[in-house]
Unconditional design. Sequence first.
Length: 126
Amino acid sequence: MASNLAPTLMVVGDDASFRYLIERYAKKIACSVRFILPTEDVLEVVLREAPGAVMIELDAPDRRGKDALIALRMHPDTQQIPVIVCSWCNEVEADLEGQPAHYLQKPILYDDFQTVLMDVRHPPHL
């Protein structure tokens, strides 16, 4: 099943529980995960490492996650990399208008995690 998933999932977040959960889910489906902190230059790391998808935790009180999302969407070399946004808030999905991204509401369930990774690997044809 791992061959159907993005080769590397880069996860941007600093919540230890979130990171632990994503690591467990990823291991369950043999998905490679690379964690980075939102304080790092997310755009620079993504450009250098070219992950198959990026997951961004948006629950920090500052704008780092949202700023990272916007930077990834604005840069021509990262616009096509699938982005998965995670948050506790329902309002986040509406706030993403104009910033194409997949959305997972916390608490993230394993089935939802697996489905969104399949979607980013094999997007539906319009």
